[in-house]
Design a binder for this molecule. Structure first.
Ligand code: HEM
Length: 396
């Protein structure tokens, strides 16, 4: 099968197509999106660190100067939110925003959250096991990271049900060539989410609590748009991928029963298993970069003004870097996977994501040692944010 991100069969199993790309066309032009696909680990890794590329070009040129169409006006509320967060800006604005927010995400700060993460996991897993199982996505994978990031930001418990639908709607815009309907849904969600956060920030400014929105609201150099953009980014980035690592990860384990048994026998392997599950079935399959100066990749000239699509899922199966890459090995130690990115936009939440995943896999392995699938999971249609709609299991 060829690279075809709108085909459900490709989304369910893109790895054979990636193998072909790495071998025959590691740098290739993809007509339907007008992007250059980059398939090899060495190239993806190098381009993520190359300052001649950027998540945006708007720090250097207008849309017109860069030879691109401006976005339609109705999308303004969406881009206003997205372009105010650190992920979609480049230095010097990126440096300033990341510095302000990173204080809350140092490994020490995050480690201090482990007991609270563990308590949330225990509550969810207790209920799940007591019921004898159910949908792992809806009952454990989603509520865990949503609760953690919502508590961190200080979103009141009664409002948390709003977050996941807003986030899912916004993320619809990140897929390749989103439909007009998906675009309108994303814009509406961005506007509502933004209004909600502005209100919350006003409440916290008047009556600060021990949470991140209160802390951000105290920072004078942070504009209102930047505060909103940061919170939306943290809420979205803070759970979408984690949900999918949990779902994709368990599905990988069920398909590799010997590795699952090995893990159940030796829980000290959980940390390496989490890294391996993130490599083996990458939750975020592709990230894009604008080419800000003419470059050459693997002997192919790529001109300024176009976009490259970095195929993380392919890079993570590259035999040049990973021994026996199509084998799931929960004890793999030499594992420089690229699932958290690289360079200046390297995932700020990686230490938190790791804690959440180690705790939730660890608890389920321990508390539900006979957990098994009750039906074959179905993939969501998205390719870039790639995950399962549900994972139905019984706890035995
Ligand atoms: C397994 C879960 C996660 C995965 C696989 C993941 C992956 C990524 C990747 C690949 C990037 C870089 C995107 C690019 O270079 O274009 C990124 C950026 C980011 N992630 Fe994560 N992430 C995860 C969890 C989290 C969590 C839990 C948080 C926060 C609570 C978070 C916050 C962020 C932020 C703020 C950025 C932007 C960093 C910047 O632009 O400097 N992520 N993430």
């Amino acid at each position: 099968m060829r690279f075809d991100p709108w085909n459900p069969d490709f989304v369910a199993s893109p790895y054979a197509a990636y193998e072909e790309l790495r071998r025959d066309a590691p740098v290739s032009f993809f007509e339907p999106t007008g992007q250059w696909l980059i398939a090899r680990h060495a190239d993806v890794n190098a381009l993520l660190r190359d300052r001649r590329l950027g998540r945006s070009y708007l720090h250097l040129a207008t849309h017109e100067e860069f030879g691109r169409e401006p976005e339609p006006e109705f999308q303004e509320p969406f881009w206003r939110v997205v372009r105010a967060g650190m992920l979609d800006v480049e230095p010097p604005v990126h440096t300033r925003l990341r510095r302000l927010v990173s204080k809350a995400f140092t490994p020490r700060m995050v480690e201090s959250m482990r007991p609270r993460v563990r308590a949330i996991v225990d509550g969810l897993v207790d209920d799940f096991v007591e019921k004898g199982g159910g949908d792992l996505i809806a009952e454990v994978a989603e509520p865990l990271p949503v609760t953690v990031i919502a508590e961190m930001l200080g979103v009141p418990e009664g409002d948390r049900h709003l977050l996941r639908p807003w986030s899912a709607d916004i993320c619809g815009m990140y897929e390749l060539n989103p439909s007009p309907e998906a675009q309108h849904t994303a814009v509406k969600a961005a506007a509502e989410f933004s209004d909600y956060l502005k209100d919350l920030a006003r409440v916290r400014t008047a009556d600060p609590g021990d949470d991140l929105v209160s802390a951000l609201a105290q920072i004078e150099e942070l504009t209102e748009d930047e505060l909103v953009g940061t919170c939306v980014l943290l809420l979205n980035a803070g759970h979408e991928a984690t949900v999918n690592v949990t779902g994709n990860g368990w599905w990988s384990l069920f398909r590799n029963p010997a590795e699952l048994a090995r893990l159940r026998d030796d829980l000290s392997l959980v940390p390496t298993a989490i890294e391996e599950l993130m490599r083996y079935d990458t939750p975020l399959q592709m990230f894009e970069r604008w080419v800000l100066e003419d470059i050459e990749v693997g002997g192919v000239a790529i001109p300024k003004g176009v976009e490259v699509a970095l195929l993380f899922g392919s890079a993570n199966r590259d035999p040049e870097v990973f021994a026996d890459p199509d084998r799931l090995d929960v004890g793999r130690v030499d594992n420089p996977h690229i699932s958290f990115g690289a360079g200046i936009h390297f995932c700020l939440g990686a230490p938190l994501a790791r804690i959440e995943l180690v705790e939730s896999f660890g608890a389920l392995l321990k508390r539900a040692p006979k957990m098994e699938l009750t039906s074959k999971p179905v993939w969501n249609p998205g390719y870039i944010i790639r995950g399962l709609r549900s994972v139905d299991v019984s706890c035995g």
